[in-house]
Design a protein around this ligand. Sequence first.
Ligand SMILES: Nc1ncnc2c1ncn2[C@@H]1O[C@H](COP(=O)(O)OP(=O)(O)OP(=O)(O)O)[C@@H](O)[C@H]1O
Length: 261
Amino acid sequence: MALLTCEGVTRTFGGMVAVNEVDLHVNEGEIVGLIGPNGSGKSTMVNLITGVLPPTSGRIMFDGRDITGLPSWKINRRGISRTFQLLRLFKSLSVADNISMPLHPRHRAGLLASILGRSEATAEDEASYAQACELLDLFELRAFADRPASDLSIGQQRMVELARGIIVNPKLFVLDEPAAGLSPPNVDKLIALIRRLRDERGITILLVEHVMRVVQELCDRVIVLDYGTKIADGPPREVSEDPKVVEAYIGGGKVSRRARA
Ligand SMILES: Nc1ncnc2c1ncn2[C@@H]1O[C@H](COP(=O)(O)OP(=O)(O)OP(=O)(O)O)[C@@H](O)[C@H]1O
């Protein structure tokens, strides 16, 4: 069953069409890759799905409801979580605090009570800390719970970003280039971890990724964008042999192709 459906989704910036009439769906329990040359519209598509940007036209349905144009915090509450291309950790905060941060606005006691140090806030803080530690066990980073995020390597920081994304128990987790800058052993760890998120926690995954090994090994299905238009949608092996996809990549992305034009 489709958890996410985009119908005729378009986004323009001035006269430039970044995403052009895209139809796509992600089924419950699937790991779907969203790929394409530089500038093909992947990040814009992610921003439209997660409410960072409203579409210019088209409709986005999630879990049976229309989420088109909702702000990102509402979309997050409906069950879509995401990571960003650039790491967004608070380096001086502890690893556990970074992971539990998305829980705080949801707490009954809220930020003010937390500042005033009321006991209800303390109980919720303890519960958040325990949840963060449980995820740190899963990510094999438990020993770092109380250390500042700045003590972590880039690979470990990416894991912390993933943990922060799933602490709210999303139905759909959208990952924007999670393998960027990772060493090959860390890419292996990432692949295993994302698979566990789906298999053990039932989280559906939409993954933007340039590292093709991740896409080939992990994805059930791959959607390809080129110049904002969907040009392929199918199993990874089939898509990688599709002449339109080969041409899009050989064409080299927006810089060289627009220069050629
Ligand atoms: N806020 C914006 N204002 C104007 N143009 C934008 C904006 N965001 C994206 N674009 C343009 O939209 C097009 C698609 O960009 P987008 O970042 O979505 O592509 P991408 O496939 O994610 O690229 P990359 O792989 O390099 O991250 C590009 O031509 C980009 O310059």
